[in-house]
Structures are given as structure tokens and as C-alpha cells.
Design a protein around this ligand. Structure first.
Ligand SMILES: C[S@@+](CC[C@H](N)C(=O)[O-])C[C@H]1O[C@@H](n2cnc3c(N)ncnc32)[C@H](O)[C@@H]1O
Length: 194
């Protein structure tokens, strides 16, 4: 089964245990605590049903959610139609495609752990394509052990070593999490050099 078939099958069968029906608590706290951020464009890759993308849109950012699975994109559009804030969703392969224009921000949540570990170098290259010079990558990583996935395991050091080659760390911290992920998440805020 290809990656597209796998994820599409999950959404069609409603086998989506990662979907909590609300945005990441770490993102909610970040957006509440950052009143001085310049409003700009945001891409949310692996956006699923769009909860995180809609949280950015509610703050006034211009948001595009991207997902491989057409049923996720349809679901995200349906969720967006119930909200007053504009937010667009597109079917795309974030790892292989390029944006029409790079973004001021990319926000990711449970996407890195969803892709096969051998594609992590492609993930880094994709981030470099999708983010503008001086733009930001904000990520909520799920730090679990294990090589069978998704979710595929990673550690704080694996994440740090991979991204610090091409991005400058602004801050990292342990966020508030959903109850079943408490203590298992870490947020990284990176800036792409100019
Ligand atoms: C574990 S889910 C997380 C969804 C969402 N971020 C959330 O937390 O609810 C991983 C998501 O990544 C999407 N995905 C997997 N590979 C992708 C790719 N190469 N490009 C875009 N989306 C992808 C899947 O369809 C799925 O919606």
C-alpha cells in the first residue's frame, strides 16, 4: 500500500486515533502567549482535519493546510466552513512538491513521526523549500521509542541534530499536551537563516 493509500484508507475508515477534534494544546498556548508575532502566511503540512490550521487562522494568519489524503482535505474544508476565519486546504505531497510561494511559517504536529524514517532527509529538504528566508518552523514532536510505525519513534537529540544543520533554534520546551501524550511531546521553534 502506498503512503497515499494508507492515509486515505485511515480517513475513509475513520481510523484516526491521532485526531483529538481540537488543536494541539501546545499550539494553543503558543498562539495565546505570542501577541507580538507579525501576521503572515502559514503552511500546516499533514494537517489532517484542519484543527491546527484553523487555530492559526483564528489568530489572523493566512493559512494553507496541506495533506496527502483527499478525505482529510475534504474534512478540513468542511470544518473550515463552520468557522468565520478564512483558511484554505489543498491535497499535496509535502515531501515531494514545492509551494507556489514559500511561507513565513510552517507548523507541524504529529507529521514528522508519521513519515518513514528513511524519508526524514527529504522532510528537512522540504522544510527548506516551503519556508521563506528568515521564516519559522514551529513543530510539536512526539518523542516515543520504536521503529515500527506510524508513529515512528524519535528523540529530542535526533530532532535537534537533524534541524540544527540548517535552522537556528529560537527556543525548545515541553508543551501542555493531550492527556495521553503528557510528557511525550517537545516543541521546537526554528528560524531559517536569511
Ligand atoms: C498522524 S496524522 C496527523 C494529522 C494532524 N497533524 C493531527 O495531528 O491531527 C499524519 C498526517 O500526515 C498526512 N501525510 C502523510 N504523509 C504526507 C505527505 N507526504 N504529505 C502531506 N501529508 C502527509 C496524513 O494523511 C495524515 O493526515
Amino acid at each position: 500500500m502506498s503512503g497515499l493509500e494508507h492515509w486515505e484508507d485511515c480517513y475513509q475508515k475513520k481510523d484516526t486515533p491521532w485526531d483529538k477534534g481540537e488543536p494541539s494544546p501546545g499550539l494553543v498556548d503558543f498562539l495565546q502567549g505570542q501577541d507580538r508575532l507579525d501576521l503572515g502566511s502559514v503552511c500546516v503540512p499533514g494537517c489532517g482535519m484542519g484543527h491546527d490550521a484553523l487555530a492559526w487562522a483564528a489568530k489572523g494568519f493566512q493559512v494553507t493546510g496541506v495533506d496527502l489524503a483527499p478525505t482529510a482535505v475534504e474534512g478540513a474544508r468542511a470544518n473550515a466552513s463552520e468557522q468565520p476565519h478564512a483558511c484554505s486546504f489543498e491535497s499535496a505531497n509535502f515531501l515531494d512538491d514545492s509551494p507556489k510561494l514559500p511561507f513565513d511559517w510552517v507548523f507541524e504536529h504529529t507529521f514528522y513521526c508519521a513519515i518513514k524514517p528513511e524519508r526524514r532527509p527529504d522532510y528537512l529538504q522540504a522544510m527548506k523549500r516551503w519556508i521563506k528566508p528568515s521564516g519559522f518552523l514551529l513543530a510539536v514532536h512526539y518523542l516515543i521509542p520504536g521503529e515500527d510505525g506510524p508513529p515512528f519513534g524519535t528523540t529530542r537529540d535526533e530532532v535537534f541534530n537533524r534541524f540544527s544543520t540548517d535552522f537556528e533554534l529560537v527556543k525548545e520546551w515541553v508543551p501542555r499536551s493531550y492527556p495521553n501524550r503528557k510528557g511525550l511531546e517537545r516543541m521546537f521553534w526554528w528560524q531559517k537563516p536569511n
